[in-house]
Design a protein around this ligand. Structure first.
Ligand code: TXA
Ligand code: MG
Length: 317
């Protein structure tokens, strides 16, 4: 069910959940101080209780309502990247619900840049806990229609159009003036290091295990197989007895090979691919073929967040 801004605010204040747009993906939001509302998020998503939620705030001035410490380094990140697709994990105040932080001693905070959601946060004065508005392990939604298809028509959704960034925020923890990347996103490690003036505490070639990141994620229903070369993908498709569809990330569009082999082609521009990634996977998934094939982008820093999501889609991490 689609709701307007004022209805969304009324529902959230009454302790109901509402799916909200953000620039990354749609979130399933609830008042972050209302434990009954927070429990509904976990129930609707079928999300394990040990996977903490991100708290969305309308203004950096609210950080100290949630975090016990807002170090100079964390403040530099907030100034550089907020509002935007960037989440800060900081030491939590004891008053932060253990449901939000899944019993972690830390809390994840983000000021999103989507104008409608910023307006919602500012007008309501609420802080909103919001994980991506999909069932646990399934593809994240980047349109209101994805939310309704994934969670059911009875879920209230504030329609803010298609998400412009398209994949989940970069997550960085800051403890004792050191930083650590916890999840790749479109704000890259190099951009973060440039603001910090120093590298991450631990090399992020292999990311440390963040809560909630150790399990399957971002998966279409259809099995996904990844390829580094177009030739190998085509050879697989031609030899396979299965019905296939493909996502081709490449600058040279190739001819469709046969009428019953559906391909979505995305040019090799990381920001463009991120914006259209989940939409493309949702569309390919809806074809109900036996196998999705993906031609992977190169293994270079600007593509790390997209490679991460594709590997997870293929259960390859
Ligand atoms: O772009 C996004 O971040 C979207 C939109 C809706 O803001 N949200 C999102 O939420 O991706 P979700 O639930 O799919 O991912 C939140 C992740 C958790 O899985 C966990 O890895 C990390 O954030 N996280 C949250 N709180 C944390 C904490 N206290 N310590 C470490 N990681 C935390
Ligand atoms: Mg998610």
């Amino acid at each position: 069910m689609r709701v307007h801004l004022n209805q969304a605010i009324a529902k959230l204040k009454a302790g109901e959940v509402v799916a909200i747009p953000t620039e990354t993906v749609y979130g399933l939001a609830a008042d972050a101080t209302n434990e009954l509302a927070l429990r509904q998020i976990y129930t609707i998503k079928q999300r394990p209780a040990d996977n903490p939620l991100i708290v969305h705030i309308g203004d950096v001035a609210q950080v100290l309502d949630w975090a016990s410490e807002f170090s100079p380094l964390a403040q530099q990140f907030a100034t550089a990247f907020w509002p935007g697709p960037f989440t800060l994990v900081l030491p939590a105040k004891a008053t932060v619900s253990t449901i939000v932080r899944a019993n972690e001693p830390t809390v994840a905070l983000r000021v999103p840049s989507h104008p409608l959601t910023l307006q919602l946060l500012k007008e309501s004065g609420l802080a909103l806990a919001a994980p991506s508005a999909n069932k646990y392990t399934q593809l994240s939604p980047t349109t209101a229609a994805h939310v309704l298809a994934g969670l059911g028509e009875e879920v209230a959704v504030l329609d803010g159009g298609a998400c412009q960034v398209g994949i989940e925020s970069t997550i960085v923890s800051v403890i004792d003036n050191n930083w650590q990347l916890l999840r790749h996103g479109m704000i890259t490690e190099a951009q973060i290091a440039a603001i910090a003036g120093k590298p991450a505490l631990v090399s992020t070639a292999k990311l440390p295990k963040a809560p909630g990141q150790h399990i399957l994620h971002y998966s279409p229903k259809t099995p996904v197989k990844l390829f580094d070369s177009y030739a190998a993908l085509i050879e697989y498709q031609q030899r396979s007895a299965k019905t296939c569809a493909a996502l081709i990330i490449d600058d040279n569009p190739s001819q469709p090979l046969s009428a019953n082999f559906h391909c979505i082609h995305l040019p090799k521009k990381a920001a463009y691919v991120a914006e259209h990634l989940y939409e493309s996977l949702h569309r390919l998934d809806a074809l109900n073929v036996a196998q999705l094939l993906v031609l992977m982008p190169p293994n270079t820093p600007e593509w790390l967040a997209i490679l991460d999501r594709l590997k997870r889609a293929a259960h390859n991490v």
